[in-house]
Design a binder for this molecule. Structure first.
Ligand code: KG4
Ligand code: ZN
Length: 355
């Protein structure tokens, strides 16, 4: 096997995107995504059973397309990587079963990898030379986490996480409140363009310092997030306009809500890096597609002297390229394959990089 620049096929099926990516070393050759998002729109959220069935229909055509785009055959592939978790159980099962079948049919080694680590590991495709230790900010529909990464393949530690909703989930819920539809993230950021982000001052969860006497002490939750109070505050605001029979200022609320989320995420990520002496930060996850988040994080990292790596838009939301990218890092690092016995884990912790 080519451990220097391994040719790796990555399979992703944790939510509503069927993704197959092909990477050689740190170069992406194909990244084909088929989404069942349209089928979930009328329900206002992903329906697991529908997502799983859609993966079944989409897998083979998505694989064929990726192989054609990369201009490689299954025979030439060095290894197969697949998301084993976290995610929707039924959806994960389809990708993992497909990956195991491919591994058996081709005799290629199979790596069962963590979706969350893949989200931040996608940064290596940008040619980023990673330092000894770095921070990672993961913001997706299911997770909001600050990580300290000693090695993408061996050492990921959790510094902070949300204690209630994930950032993307907050976007999705608030979009529903504002009648903006699903998925909420893109809908809110679009509406926010026309709005005033200072129109309303919504709460920044868990961001007040703790005082012992007059001395400011770092609070227990200083690296953690909470978005449920923010969501309630937006709901009250909407109700207030409705009760008064006034038109709801959707754009202003969207912009102010987005600012509250982005403000708290960026300030906490920068503080965590500073406290842990991390001078490089990788951003990843679906919410990383948010323009205001990218803008404010870039500004705050720049003033704190932190180098920031932001994935291109198409690599922020779920895709197979990120799975292949992390798979290639594992193969190159000499990691043992997972075999065929592993199970999916819908709540696989971020510290378990490889099953
Ligand atoms: O990482 P991802 O594709 O799936 C999970 O692993 O959860 O993230 C999806 C989430 C959704 O909640 C979606 O609303 C959010 O990412 N999202 C955004 C934007 N684009 C997608 N949130 C804010 N602004 C965006 N532009
Ligand atoms: Zn994801």
């Amino acid at each position: 096997m080519n451990r220097n620049e391994p040719l790796v096929l990555g399979i992703e099926s944790s939510c509503d995107e069927t993704g197959v990516g092909i990477v050689r070393g740190t170069r992406m050759l194909a990244n084909t995504v088929s989404s069942s998002m349209e089928e979930h729109v009328r329900f206002g959220g992903v329906i697991p059973e529908i997502a799983a069935r859609a993966h079944l229909d989409a897998f083979v055509p998505t694989l064929d397309q990726a192989l054609r785009t990369a201009n490689v055959t299954l025979d030439e592939i060095d290894a197969i990587a697949v998301t084993s978790g976290p995610g929707l159980a039924g959806a994960l099962m389809v990708g993992v079963s497909a990956a195991k079948a491919l591994a058996v049919a081709t005799g290629k080694p199979l790596y069962a990898i963590n979706h969350l680590v893949a989200h931040v590991g996608v940064g290596v495709l940008e040619g980023t030379v990673l330092p000894e230790q770095f921070g990672a900010l993961l913001v997706s529909g299911g997770h909001t986490e600050i990580l300290r990464v000693g090695s993408l393949t061996e050492d990921v530690q959790l510094l902070g996480a949300t204690i209630d909703d994930a950032a993307g989930e907050a976007f999705d819920k608030v979009a529903r409140l504002l009648g903006l539809g699903y998925p909420g993230g893109p809908a809110i950021s679009k509406a926010a363009v026309e709005g005033d982000r200072k129109a309303f001052r919504f709460p920044r969860g868990l961001s007040l310092p703790k005082f012992v006497g007059t001395a400011e002490k770092p609070g227990k939750h200083r690296h953690n997030f909470s978005f449920s109070g923010l969501k309630t505050s937006v709901a009250r605001c909407v109700e207030h306009f409705e009760a008064a029979g006034e038109e709801v200022p959707v754009a202003d609320i969207a912009a102010s809500f987005q600012e509250a989320v982005v403000d708290v995420i960026t300030s906490k990520a920068v503080r965590a890096c500073q406290e842990h002496g991390l001078t490089t930060l990788l951003l990843g996850g679906g919410v990383a597609a948010n323009r205001r988040l990218r803008e404010l994080l870039a500004a705050r990292c720049a003033s704190a002297g932190i180098g920031l790596t932001v994935p291109p838009f198409e690599l922020c939301t779920d895709n197979g390229g990120m799975v292949a990218a992390l798979g290639a890092q594992l193969v190159a690092g000499g990691a043992e394959p997972s075999g065929l016995e592993f199970a999916t884990d819908s709540s696989q912790p971020v510290t378990e990089i490889l099953r």
